[in-house]
Design a protein around this ligand. Structure first.
Ligand code: HEC
Length: 209
């Protein structure tokens, strides 16, 4: 903001500023320092120590919803296919929002739910399914007859459709064709993917609606 009331945002000045040559800058002599080396009071410390500080994450507003976000880990990368139906069917989830790539960053998605915990569970399940299971079962979970991978969205279960059965299938694999995943998914991840797969065919019941 200029004294005359004119103003400009940082972004508007950045291009020109980058080409600015500061020339020879004379450093201040040590004896002329006024702030460097002095102990500045940290006014935020008492509140942080006694727990009274309110952080952004602590703010609760009436009917507030919470989001859990997953971004493509590759710079400029995107989301191949995301089927939001199962995530939407997970408990207390309201919406799944695609986040387009902006300013050279990656694309991703956000799951919005009643609490961060519910949003996070659905986001973790959706991501694990999309990255690990979708190659054989398709992004939507409908399966691929050519590979012998069954449809996970209907109510036909060859190996049992209870949550425990699904967890077992993921953990230990099935016969020789469905690989065991216990070596690279921990029990919590197996639980979440199983919950996600369960939601694929139990949409109304899982959502508690
Ligand atoms: C390499 C391919 C492949 C991958 C990866 C894969 N599956 Fe499978 N899956 C199969 C095949 C093939 C079957 C059928 C096996 C059978 O009937 O013996 C199967 C069966 C299943 C079943 C049993 C379905 C039923 O009708 O009882 C479940 C549940 C399942 N997969 C879930 C998953 C989940 C969750 C993941 C990701 C963690 C996953 N699968 C990853 C190939 C795969």
């Amino acid at each position: 903001m200029h004294a005359a009331g004119r103003q400009a945002a940082y972004g508007a000045l950045a291009g020109e500023a980058a080409g600015f040559d500061p020339g020879q800058v004379a450093l201040k002599a040590r004896r002329d320092w006024t702030l460097i080396g002095t102990a500045a009071p940290r006014r935020d410390v008492p509140a942080k120590v006694d727990g009274s500080a309110v952080f952004g994450i602590d703010v609760r507003l009436p009917e507030m919803l919470h989001a859990a976000v997953r971004m493509c880990p590759e710079l400029g990368g995107g989301v191949g296919t995301l089927d939001s139906k199962a995530a939407l069917a997970m408990p207390r989830v309201h919406q799944v929002v695609a986040l387009p790539a902006a300013a050279g960053a990656s694309a991703g998605f956000a799951v919005i739910a009643d609490s961060w915990w519910h949003a996070e569970r659905a986001a973790a399940g959706a991501k694990a399914f999309a990255t690990i299971c979708a190659v054989c079962h398709q992004p939507t979970g409908v399966g691929n007859p050519a590979m012998g991978s069954p449809n996970l969205t209907d109510d036909i279960w060859l190996h049992g459709g209870r949550r425990e059965d699904i967890q077992n299938a993921i953990r230990n694999g099935l016969l020789s064709q469905m690989p065991a995943h216990s070596a690279f998914l921990d029990p919590e991840q197996i639980h979440l993917v199983a919950l996600y797969v369960y939601s694929l065919s139990h949409r109304e019941e899982a959502a508690g609606r």
